[in-house]
Structure formats: structure tokens, C-alpha cells
Design a protein around this ligand. Structure first.
Ligand SMILES: CC(C)(COP(=O)(O)OP(=O)(O)OC[C@H]1O[C@@H](n2cnc3c(N)ncnc32)[C@H](O)[C@@H]1OP(=O)(O)O)[C@@H](O)C(=O)NCCC(=O)NCCS
Length: 175
């Protein structure tokens, strides 16, 4: 088992293209996670762990999650709950997904698709009271929108103007 915290790790099983696993980032994984990044032009969509991991580690309302491919970090996301997660999630029983990306080296291999398929079970194992996942995605980020829609996320119809960014769709997934 690789770098688990809270005993939470979930696997997609052996599959063509490698085994995808989700795990809460722990100190043993930290350096490898900090080395991950999407393609440079994509950084505006998700940021990079150099900016997003530290704040998530310091905030008890956030959980940094590594996407592992065959046991090695290949992607990253943050689960954020409570009042500080913003107006699109209720303070209890709902989580915002933030900072989601797959490292440039590993894109196009179904890593995001398999990670998102694992996410509901992973979240329930962390907190069985969670019944809804929410995220925002830039209207121009069609690739990510497609990835989320294929994973079952649906458009809530709400729109959000991200400070310093463009308009965002608000998507949700009941779990
Ligand atoms: C969006 C992202 C997470 C997808 O990760 P990924 O592991 O490459 O995605 P997958 O390989 O699982 O593919 C998911 C879907 O996108 C499609 N896709 C993958 N690479 C693609 C590409 N370069 N161009 C167009 N579509 C592509 C796949 O075909 C798949 O769709 P399908 O199931 O209909 O075939 C990744 O591109 C990324 O990190 N982007 C930058 C950060 C970002 O935008 N994050 C979202 C913030 S809201």
C-alpha cells in the first residue's frame, strides 16, 4: 500500500495502461507530488501543487489527494469542504473538487477518467456523510468539461466569474 492516510486508498484494479489509485497525500509522497504539473498553458486551469498543496495541507477543511498510476503520483486534486469551500457547496455533506489535473507526461491515457470513477467511493470511505461533489470549470476548458461529463458530472446551470479568470460552469455529481 502506498502512502495512505486515514486508511483510505482505492484502486481501479489492473487495467490496460496501468493501475490507478487515489490516496491522501502524506509526507512520503510530498516531493513526487510537488514535481507534477500539467502542460504549461494548462496551468491557468488547475494551478500546480507548488501553489496548491501547501495551503491544502495547512487547512483542516481541505484534503490533498494524489492520483497514483502503478503506485507513482501522476495527478492531483484537492477535496475542500465547509464554509470556506464557497457558495456552491453546503457546509456539510458536500465537497468542492479543486486543483484537479493529470501530469503532462500521463495525459491521454485514461488516468483522469479512472480517477474520477474512483472518486465517489474514495470520498465515501473518507466521509460517509458526503452525498454531492461539486466543481467549477472554465467555459473554454472543453477538454476538462468532456472529462467530467463522461464521469457523470452534470451542469448545475450556475455560473461563476473566477477572479482573474474567465467564466466558469458549476458541475455536480451526486454520490
Ligand atoms: C482534463 C485532464 C484532467 C484530463 O486528464 P487525462 O488523464 O488526459 O484524461 P483521460 O485520458 O482520462 O481522457 C478523458 C477524456 O478526454 C479525452 N482526451 C484526452 N486527451 C485529450 C486531448 N489531448 N484532446 C482532446 N481530448 C482528449 C479523452 O478522449 C477522454 O474522452 P473519452 O472518454 O470520450 O475518450 C487533463 O487534460 C489536465 O490535467 N488538464 C489540465 C488541467 C485542467 O484543465 N484541470 C481541470 C480544471 S477544472
Amino acid at each position: 500500500m502506498v502512502g495512505t492516510v486515514d486508511g483510505s486508498e482505492l484502486t481501479a484494479g489492473a487495467a490496460p495502461g496501468g493501475e490507478v489509485t487515489l490516496v491522501v497525500v502524506d509526507p512520503a509522497l510530498r516531493a513526487q507530488v510537488l514535481a507534477l504539473a500539467p502542460h504549461p498553458p494548462q496551468r491557468r486551469w488547475s494551478g500546480v501543487p507548488g501553489d496548491t498543496l501547501g495551503p491544502a495541507e495547512r487547512d483542516p477543511a481541505q484534503r490533498p489527494v494524489a492520483i497514483l498510476l502503478d503506485g507513482r503520483p501522476a495527478g492531483f486534486l484537492v477535496l475542500h469542504g465547509g464554509v470556506s469551500a464557497g457558495r456552491f457547496v453546503r457546509p456539510h455533506g458536500e465537497l468542492l473538487i479543486r486543483a484537479f489535473f493529470v501530469d503532462a507526461t500521463f495525459q491521454g491515457r485514461g488516468v483522469a477518467r479512472r480517477a474520477l470513477a474512483l472518486l465517489p467511493g474514495f470520498v465515501r470511505a473518507l466521509d460517509p456523510t458526503v452525498t454531492r461533489l461539486v466543481l467549477t470549470v472554465n467555459v473554454e476548458n472543453e477538454h476538462a468539461q468532456r472529462t467530467y461529463t463522461r464521469a457523470g458530472f452534470v451542469d448545475t446551470g450556475a455560473r461563476y466569474q473566477r477572479p482573474g479568470g474567465g467564466p466558469q460552469l458549476v458541475l455536480e455529481l451526486p454520490i
